[in-house]
Design a protein around this ligand. Structure first.
Ligand code: HEC
Ligand code: HEC
Ligand code: HEC
Ligand code: HEC
Ligand code: HEC
Length: 272
């Protein structure tokens, strides 16, 4: 049931790559805050937060701490949403079921099941990812020789988004001279995310300066483009990603320039 609710939130929420939440989502966030506060934690959390574990099984406790400081915890995405198991049962064996860790083939966090698990909520991204050479690799290879899956790039529990400073290193784990697997990819990806610095800057400028009605129409279109761009990212068609990024950037810049011009005109009118 939890998953269902989040599915709704995921599609209605736009987020700028790099983690800037789009304005319209704040309303949604506030409207769900009450519901979140009243929700009981799952049996998984009740057990796994036990501070005794810090002494008896620190590694296990660290996983809990990671989740506790994650976006997913804040969004009420709990252990069972990714791992499976039964979060209503307080007996360990019963709650864990057939296998709860990455090694169990039935587990949601088993290497091959990860795209599907994350895709329960990030469904449009999964659709893009399915078209990529990366997905083919995940589907084809046995564990050990791993093509990148969602957690390779974003981390598993305390997920992170890549930015201009981190993306090159992330891609270079596999795309480098030694592997001879498209060693130019890290640099290309870095160049694209570099443009996001300006995208964020223009986006903020327009948010602050545009009249509300004007901003609304502009951002309706812009947020759709940005969401589509996140999906395109996951196809890893670098030429198409570059094209869509440049389109977004030029639209934002044109709007910024227009607002700037009308500001300087009204300033000089005031002086006269
Ligand atoms: C090879 C690396 C890679 C893989 C594999 C990958 N992603 Fe991404 N992901 C990115 C990049 C690059 C972006 C766009 C830049 C950014 O925001 O990090 C992104 C953006 C995102 C975002 C948007 C973040 C935001 O707030 O804008 C989400 C959510 C996401 N990915 C989820 C997934 C899921 C789910 C999967 C698996 C189905 C996946 N990713 C697979 C690299 C990857
Ligand atoms: C009664 C307490 C208890 C409950 C309830 C519980 N766990 Fe555990 N869990 C543990 C303990 C203790 C361990 C350490 C390994 C062991 O003793 O089996 C563990 C291990 C794990 C592991 C490590 C993987 C492995 O197989 O080694 C994962 C993942 C996990 N639990 C997830 C969950 C999830 C998801 C839920 C809820 C559906 C859950 N746990 C419910 C106590 C619990
Ligand atoms: C957003 C999805 C997600 C959530 C939420 C999540 N996990 Fe995980 N967890 C994963 C993934 C994916 C892995 C596998 C790591 C890998 O392959 O790098 C993992 C690995 C683990 C492991 C290591 C054992 C193993 O399988 O290798 C433990 C223990 C664990 N998680 C416990 C928890 C607990 C306890 C919670 C809740 C407090 C939780 N996780 C919440 C996705 C999640
Ligand atoms: C039960 C639903 C659910 C599942 C399962 C889930 N997520 Fe999320 N995830 C969310 C929500 C809700 C957000 C916050 C809104 C957004 O950015 O879409 C989020 C945010 C993210 C972000 C953006 C974080 C940021 O800092 O902006 C990434 C990356 C991400 N998830 C990756 C993953 C990965 C990888 C998995 C699988 C291991 C996963 N998610 C599984 C619901 C889910
Ligand atoms: C875990 C290893 C791994 C990581 C990390 C990884 N890739 Fe890949 N990538 C592969 C494999 C394997 C292929 C398939 C190569 C083939 O079949 O020729 C591939 C193929 C590609 C392709 C298609 C081939 C091409 O260049 O035309 C692109 C584009 C690509 N990756 C971009 C990226 C980007 C960008 C990143 C970082 C955000 C990244 N990859 C991270 C393993 C990885």
């Amino acid at each position: 049931m939890r998953g269902q609710r989040f599915k709704l939130q995921c599609v209605s929420r736009g987020a700028l790559p790099g983690g800037v939440l789009v304005v319209s989502s704040i309303v949604l966030l506030l409207s769900t805050a009450g519901a979140l506060a009243s929700q009981d934690p799952s049996s998984c959390v009740v057990c796994h937060r036990d501070p005794d574990l810090l002494v008896t099984n620190k590694k296990l406790y660290d996983y809990f701490k990671q989740w506790q400081s994650s976006v997913h915890q804040q969004e009420d995405v709990s252990c069972e949403d990714c791992h499976g198991g039964n979060a209503e049962l307080s007996d360990k064996k019963a709650a864990h079921g057939e296998g709860i860790g990455g090694a169990a083939k039935s587990s949601g966090v088993n290497f091959k099941n990860i795209p599907k698990t994350c895709g329960e909520c990030h469904d449009e991204i999964l659709q893009g990812f399915r078209k990529s050479a990366h997905f083919e690799h995940v589907a084809a290879e046995e564990q050990g020789d791993q093509g990148p899956t969602c957690v390779t790039c974003h981390g598993s529990i305390n997920v992170d988004v890549l930015d201009v400073t981190s993306i090159g290193k992330s891609c270079a784990r596999c795309h480098n001279e030694e592997s001879d697997n498209h060693p130019e990819n890290p640099e290309k990806a870095t160049a694209i995310l570099n443009k996001f610095l300006s995208i964020h800057r223009f986006y903020r400028y327009i948010t602050v300066r545009a009249e509300p009605a004007e901003a609304k129409a502009f951002f309706r279109d812009m947020d759709q483009r940005l969401e589509a761009l996140t999906v395109t990212w996951h196809t890893f068609d670098l030429a198409k990603i570059t094209e869509e990024t440049e389109e977004v950037l030029s639209r934002l810049k044109a709007k910024r320039d227009e607002l700037r011009k009308s500001r300087s005109e009204s300033k000089s009118e005031n002086k006269e």
